[in-house]
Each structure stands twice: as C-alpha cells, then as structure tokens.
Design a protein. Sequence first.
Lengths: 158, 294
Amino acid sequence: MRYLVTLQVNRTSYPVELEVGRTLLSVLRGELGLTGSKEGCDDSECGACMVLIDGRPVNSCSYLALQAAGRQITTVEGLASGTKLHPLQQAFLEHGAVQCGFCTPGMLISATALLAANPDPTEDEIRAGLSGNLCRCTGYVGIVAAVRSAAAELANAD
Amino acid sequence: MPGSLAFYHPTTLEDAIGLLGEHGDEAKVVAGATALTILMRQRLVAPSALVSLGSIPGLDRIEEVDGSLRIGAMVRHRDVELSQIVRARIPVLAETFGKVANVRVRNAATVGGVLAESDYASDPPAVFVALDAEVEVRGPNGERTIPARDFFVAFYETALEPDEIVTGIVVPVPAAGSGTSYHKFVTRSSEDRPCVGVAALVRLAPDGSAADLRVAVGAAAETPQRFPDYEALGRGHVLSDDIVGRVADAYAGAIDTLDDMRGSAWYRTEMVRVWVRRAIESARDAAASGPAAH
Ligand SMILES: Cc1cc2nc3c(=O)[nH]c(=O)nc-3n(C[C@H](O)[C@H](O)[C@H](O)COP(=O)(O)OP(=O)(O)OC[C@H]3O[C@@H](n4cnc5c(N)ncnc54)[C@H](O)[C@@H]3O)c2cc1C
Ligand code: FES
Ligand code: FES
C-alpha cells in the first residue's frame, strides 16, 4: 500500500507517496534526489547513510521513511549555507580528511552531532563520537584533526 | 518487500492491540525499526501490516515508582544511557545501554525493541535478569507482568503472545550496600555484539560477607543464564578468590554454550569462567566502596 507523507528535509517540505517498507535512505536518494547520503552496507554497520533526525544521528538505511514523517531531517546537503561550506566541511578539505569521499557525508553528520553535544571534545571523545563511521581510505587521523580544528573554529566564531 | 504491506500508527495502546488481533501473525510492531528493517530486507520476516508505536503517548517515560525505575517501551537506548535518574539510581543500566552498538543505533533502538527481539547476543537482557526486572505487557485481556527471567524463552522467542505489546520494564533499585557490574566481552570490534556478557550484583552484609549474589550470563546461550543454586555458593560467604572461582566454574560447567562467529562453544565456556569471576569481583568491589548497608 502507498501512503502520502511529507518529509521535512533541510527545512524544506517534500510531499511523497511511498510504499511502507521504503527506508529513509532510499527515499532521500531516490524521490528527493538528495544523493549526499550514501549506501555503504545497507545493514546498519558503516554510517555512510547517517542523517540527523530531530538533531540526533541515526542510520537512514535502517529507518523507515514513514517513521520520519513529522520530524526534522538534516542531511549533509543541509550543512552548508549557500555556497559557504560549514566549518566542518572546510576543515575536512584542509586536513585531507577526504579521499574517495564515500564516508564523508556520514562523518560530517556524525561530527555535527558530536560538536552540538560537546563543543570542545578531546581526541578520545572524537574517536568515540565517530566510532561506527567506517572509513576505508584515510586512516582516520585527518578526520580527527579536522573535527578538532572545526571545534576550535566554531568556538572562536561564538 | 511486498507491495500490500499496510502501515498503522495508532494513538492508543488499545487500538494497537486491536490491530495486532485483527492481523494476527501477519502484523509486526515497529518501535525503532533497527532490527525490523534488517529482518525485512533479508526476508526473514514478511509482515502484511506494520503497527508503529511512535504515536502512542506515554511510552517514552522513565520514572521512579516504589523503589523501582519504570522505563517505558519506547524509551531509546541513548535516553537510558544519558538519563540522570538511571545514572543516579541504577548506574549499571545506563552503562550497559551505553555499550550497545554505536550512537546511531542507540538513538533509534528502544527498550521494548531489545526485549521483544530477544536476540541472544544483546546486552541489556542479562542485566535485566540479574536485577530481577519485570516486563510489563499489555494485551486484549489487560496487563500482566513477566519476570525478565521468564520473558526470554529461546532464540528470538519471548513469552509474549502475538497480540501483546511490551509497555515497559520495572527494575528494582538495588538495596543499599549493593554493587553491580556488567562486563561486555567482544571478540571482533569494539562496537560488536558481545561474545559473552556478564551482569552481577553483590550486596555486602556489615560483616563483609555476601548477603546477596546474583549473576546472569548473556550471549553464551539462547537466553540469559542465571543459576540460583550456584549463586548460593557465594551467599553468606566472604567473596574470596576461592569462592568466586567456584561460582565461576559452576557457571562455566552449567551453560550449554553456543558456537558462532564470535566464538566457539569451547572458547565461550572458558570466557564464561573468566568473565563471571571478573563481574563478581567488580560488583563486590563496587559494593565495598559504596555507601554501607545498615
Ligand atoms: C549495527 C547494529 C549493532 C547492534 N549491536 C548491538 C549490541 O552491541 N548490543 C545489543 O544489545 N544490541 C545490539 N543491536 C541490536 C539493537 O539493540 C536492536 O536492533 C534493538 O534493540 C531493537 O530495537 P528497536 O526499537 O529498533 O526494535 P524494532 O526493530 O522496531 O523491533 C524489533 C522486534 O521487536 C518487536 N517489538 C518492538 N517493540 C515492541 C514492543 N514494545 N512490544 C512488542 N514487540 C515489539 C518488533 O515487532 C520486532 O519484531 C545492534 C543492532 C544493529 C543494527
Ligand atoms: S548504509 Fe546505513 S549504515 Fe551502512
Ligand atoms: S574517504 Fe574513502 S571511505 Fe573514507
């Protein structure tokens, strides 16, 4: 059966008609054309599909799109303001935290949630905060450095 | 996933139970969906109706009632982990929920979901069993409570009837003088499910002997394993290395351990021996350093 729902993604309303079993990830990438969130494993293991739902990070590959109705969804596309990158995105570029880039959207969402909860994390806290976001390229060192530097940047901006 | 699948989001428990009654075995409750979406994708379940509990008010509360914490079925793992009242009253519960998977899963997965799923390799069940928690369920004939110990029946099987819903769990706050612990032993990655998980509670009498000792072992067999007869080996005694070792050996001998990618049956038996000992020691040391019993 198909159901009409309105998804709120990056402060934009998207009315969509969906089959029940559809995951949020498939709808974001399909009907909504927001292909920033990636499908790594489709099994809740890798974090490439991560989005914020009401500010909290979840795996969109294991979340039913219908469950997300009425909630505020943030994807990686929602981080930049116009053409100005979010400080985390800028820091990822500057620290070589991106190689193939497949894990990057999930890492950025994860880091956004981490810094919202803990604006001045230690290196251990960053590693714990990003645990479960798998990267097969960078070795994580650049990613951790980028998050530290973005935290400092954001603190200075306040 | 079949095209005829229907989705309901009832706003009362009565309606939810009614829908389960109407659709029988074909209906599945949806809570966080972290397990259900994977089961559906792997075609291990193929329901014709999903009944979401997300629109029913009141299932997401944590409250203290008569010396127990009552945790609603829709409380998320992350909320248990961060709850001030859980951290203050039953810290081992907050710690255990904080050890499940990673934050992305904990933000969606619910307390009712981990109970109803009855996965042998989940962490919270052993702790609930050690703490003598009681599962609250509601069905067409009203409410009943099921001791956690009897709730988990077999692999992915609980004492729930098909038209019953878990509404919450009541966990008694351990008596003064108690110490608790949960050790999660993983063999692959730090956020994997446990190979063996052991929960223990020790309450020390003023003379330093164990007035109470409880041990539940998770992930080693189909359901959490607790043996009152072997707990009794420690009760009334000072928990010396010798006594603790005897309890650990008894548990290792009694559990018919299973074999999976996280460890062979032989290896699990040896790990039960090690981690039962460590869990009792941690609980004992926590009891000794906490506020004394009167
Ligand atoms: C990548 C990953 C890693 C994990 N690692 C761990 C781990 O280390 N330790 C651990 O303990 N767990 C782990 N889990 C399991 C996770 O905790 C479960 O998926 C979760 O507890 C299920 O909760 P849910 O609310 O998402 O349930 P759902 O997926 O919504 O439901 C699960 C089952 O329970 C039924 N159900 C749900 N709520 C109720 C209710 N109130 N009444 C009756 N039936 C109900 C559903 O019909 C379904 O059959 C992991 C899961 C994933 C995806
Ligand atoms: S695609 Fe969702 S966790 Fe890997
Ligand atoms: S940059 Fe390739 S997986 Fe992380």
